[in-house]
Write a protein that binds this ligand. Structure first.
Ligand code: GUN
Ligand code: ZN
Length: 428
């Protein structure tokens, strides 16, 4: 197998930049390299040293572009690709008006395949090499995204969305069928190639306690699966959950009562949390997917990123398409920056990058496979042009540090900033 040596600037984390100064938490090389072989990274270091040590390697030189681990989206809905940027609604009306009618269409395997392929091609074009997606209630929709990801050799996390109430006819399953269908999909896909199954109750308003408990039982039978759902996104939703589950202590408790709280849980949004909920999430090691473009687009609120990270809760960044308004993790980093600014904290570019790479991988318990440039990591890479448009180029040309050179791309960049993407050691 020929080895390939990619040259450019490189940036790797040596520590979590929320716990250490950014310059101490990162290793930057202005002339670095990443050596890949058979789908894995085998070495990362200085370009000259790598060239000398591996004279046989094929060289691909990206000049002063920045080689990073591929971006990881920790929460999105591939079936909502076709309705991204739909006008004028808040969460519950948005679901009923735009989302549910569109999700109904995924009973058709041909449509599911078309949107699954479109979504993965769009995300790859934006530098996202792994994503964590909800599907629809239809097993066909799960089949479609896992197959499309396998065709592209992408590491993917996905699961059948389960709903047995408060959803229209044609978009409800039952406690038993949610259990049975999810179990069959786990047997078929979990651990196959680069696929991971996430048990996926949509959120407490669309599941009976019986369904949540059935999925809790399933998770206990398959504890290495992830479990994804939504938590406390809008205040109306939190009030609705209180009505639907009068005996629960709070929204999180509706999941905990059913066995749906644990270290491999990942809750989307988690904006309007009580102190008890924050403490329980922290104690149990569950993670949160922060969806900033969605939170502003649907009008949900300002997520307390610094506060929750200070409590030791793992947080990953997520687009939440199509509630989110972009496929770009760069745009998503920018929105996270803006929301933190509104709360009085300026996130450092290193922290933003962490949330989209290694930090995201940690929320998924996949940091040994993706999200870093470490040897033995899978060779999923995104290479950024830090001067992709005239407004960005004129700003980055004045930069005196890497961070100053990178920040304009975080704030103003889009798919034009993606110079190249490698998945599983191959260029896309
Ligand atoms: N809560 C329950 N379902 C959804 C969804 O599809 N998108 C968002 N943003 N929130 C949800
Ligand atoms: Zn969501």
């Amino acid at each position: 197998m020929t080895r390939t040596l990619l040259l450019g600037q490189t940036l790797a984390f040596t520590a979590n930049p929320f716990n250490a100064w950014p310059d101490e938490a990162t290793r930057h090389s202005s002339r670095g390299g990443v050596l890949i072989d058979g789908g894995l990274i085998v070495d990362t270091g200085e370009a000259d040293a790598l060239r000398t040590a591996h004279p046989e390697a094929e060289i691909i030189d990206y000049g002063d572009a920045l080689i990073l681990p591929g971006f990881i989206d920790t929460h999105m809905h591939y079936p909502q690709t076709g309705i991204i940027a739909s006008w004028g609604k808040r969460l519950i009306d948005w679901l009923n008006t735009y989302t549910f009618p569109e999700e109904m269409r995924f009973s058709d395997p041909a449509y599911a395949k078309q949107i699954a392929e479109r979504t993965l091609d769009l995300t790859l074009a934006h530098g996202t090499t792994s994503l964590t997606s909800y599907c629809t209630i239809h097993p066909e929709s799960v089949e479609a995204i896992f197959s499309a990801a396998a065709d592209r050799h992408m590491r993917i996390i996905a699961g059948k969305t389960c709903m047995d109430r408060n959803a229209p006819d044609g978009l409800r399953d039952t406690a038993q069928s949610a259990y049975d269908d999810s179990k069959a999909l786990i047997a078929r896909w979990h651990g196959q190639g680069r696929a991971t199954y996430a048990i996926t109750p949509r959120f407490s308003p669309t599941s009976t306690l019986e369904q949540l408990q059935a999925l809790g039982t399933l998770w206990a039978e398959h504890p290495d699966c992830l479990m994804q759902t939504h938590l406390s996104e809008q205040t109306d939703e939190v009030a609705w959950v209180k009505d639907l589950f009068p005996d629960a202590k709070d929204y999180l408790d509706t999941y905990e009562q059913a066995g749906l709280l644990g270290p491999r849980a990942i809750y989307g949004h988690a904006i309007h949390l009580t102190e008890r909920e924050i403490a329980r999430i922290a104690e149990t090691g569950a993670a949160i997917a922060h969806c900033p473009t969605s939170n502003t687009f649907i009008g949900s609120g300002l997520f307390d990123l610094p506060g929750l990270i200070a409590r030791g809760i793992p947080v990953g960044l997520a687009t939440d398409t199509g509630g989110g308004s972009s496929f770009s993790m760069l745009r998503t980093m920018a929105a996270a920056y803006e929301i933190a600014q509104m709360r009085g904290t300026s996130l450092h570019p290193a922290q933003l990058l962490w949330l989209a790479t290694e930090g995201a991988a940690r929320t998924l318990h996949m940091q040994d496979m993706i999200g870093t440039l470490e040897p033995k990591s899978e060779a999923d890479l995104t290479i950024l042009n830090l001067a992709s448009t005239p407004p960005i180029a004129q700003r980055s040309s004045r930069a005196e540090t890497l961070w100053e050179a990178l920040f304009p791309t975080i704030m103003m960049g889009d798919d034009r900033a993606i110079r190249a993407v490698w998945v599983s050691g191959k260029p896309v």
